[in-house]
Unconditional design. Structure first.
Length: 94
């Protein structure tokens, strides 16, 4: 299944939501699953992004739906990138 990297920056609204309800973060992961994708790994990070997520989705349309749905809430800004396994990448060069 294709893998995607989601880089997330919280808005002021997102920071307030997280402070008042830290479990909301896990609820969002369940929302992602309801949209047809699965969070494989998740890290809180320091720097320009607040979270880095590795997500599996069956296709680009599904991950686009996830990104738009989460972004529409107003609590986070997302950047989504397709990720290729190194072996898959090297094979594509042959």
């Amino acid at each position: 299944m294709p893998t995607y990297i989601l880089l997330t920056t919280l808005t002021a609204q997102g920071v307030q939501t997280l402070r008042s309800n830290p479990d909301r973060l896990r609820e969002v992961n369940r929302d992602v699953e309801e949209l047809g994708a699965k969070v494989l790994h998740q890290w809180a990070t320091l720097g320009p992004f607040d979270f880095v997520n590795v997500v599996e989705a069956p296709d680009d349309a599904t991950i686009a739906r996830v990104s738009v749905s989460l972004g529409a809430r107003g609590s986070a800004k997302l950047q989504t990138m397709a990720a290729l396994d190194i072996d898959e990448f090297l094979n594509s060069l042959s």
